[in-house]
Design a protein around this ligand. Structure first.
Ligand SMILES: CC(C)(COP(=O)(O)OP(=O)(O)OC[C@H]1O[C@@H](n2cnc3c(N)ncnc32)[C@H](O)[C@@H]1OP(=O)(O)O)[C@@H](O)C(=O)NCCC(=O)NCCS
Length: 173
């Protein structure tokens, strides 16, 4: 089991647009208890979702990090999975609960992804994104990711190209 570091200081205040509910959002390392909720969000977001076992396996890997966005009740609102090897990181997945999108949670997760990658000594972060996934492509553009290639028909359900993107952490943009 990996050592679970203390909560980061990343915190935002979210106001939902369909109610007067308000909550702080904190970015923290995932734990075994987070995995069921992560798996539920994953299933809501992707046509070929990772299984609960895939997340549990990733949590145990010394070459992977999973972070979650938590509300005041410690419910999971979003997450990302980073794999890394040598000085290269790969963003495996990032998602925010459908009802909580557009409030800056994806941005907070990206900021943690970048700071964590720097802490781990990464030089580049790579990712793949569906060619039609405009919100994700905009999010990655906002954080300095640049398209570097295309994998034809990489995704299924529906079949679609993947855009390969990279952020060079040695260059400050
Ligand atoms: C991509 C995703 C993680 C963004 O999360 P989010 O919490 O809505 O993101 P934020 O509110 O922090 O928005 C960050 C940026 O993303 C972009 N963005 C977010 N929603 C957008 C939309 N509907 N259309 C276009 N751009 C959008 C904007 O650039 C925004 O920056 P701005 O607020 O400064 O304009 C979320 O849409 C999601 O979970 N999608 C489903 C899962 C997925 O596709 N993951 C990526 C797999 S490659």
């Amino acid at each position: 089991m990996k050592e679970n570091s203390a909560f980061s200081e990343d915190e935002i205040f979210v106001t939902l647009n369909n109610s007067y509910e308000k909550t702080n959002v904190t970015i923290a390392p995932a734990t075994e208890e987070s995995i069921a909720e992560i798996t539920k969000i994953e299933a809501e977001c992707f046509s070929e979702p990772w299984s609960e076992k895939s997340f549990r396996d990733a949590l145990k890997l010394s070459s992977a990090e999973i972070f979650v966005a938590l509300d005041d009740k410690m419910d999971v609102l979003g997450y990302f999975v980073l794999y890394y090897s040598s000085d290269q990181g790969e963003l495996q997945n990032i998602a925010v609960c459908p009802g909580y999108r557009g409030y800056g949670i994806g941005s907070l997760l990206m900021e943690k992804l970048i700071s964590e990658s720097l802490k781990l000594g990464m030089s580049q972060i790579y990712l793949e994104v569906r060619s039609t996934n405009e919100p994700a492509k905009e999010l990655y553009r906002k954080y300095g990711f640049i398209p570097t290639g295309i994998r034809k028909n990489f995704y299924r359900f529906p079949t679609e190209d993947a855009i390969v993107e990279m952020k060079n952490l040695l260059i400050q943009i």
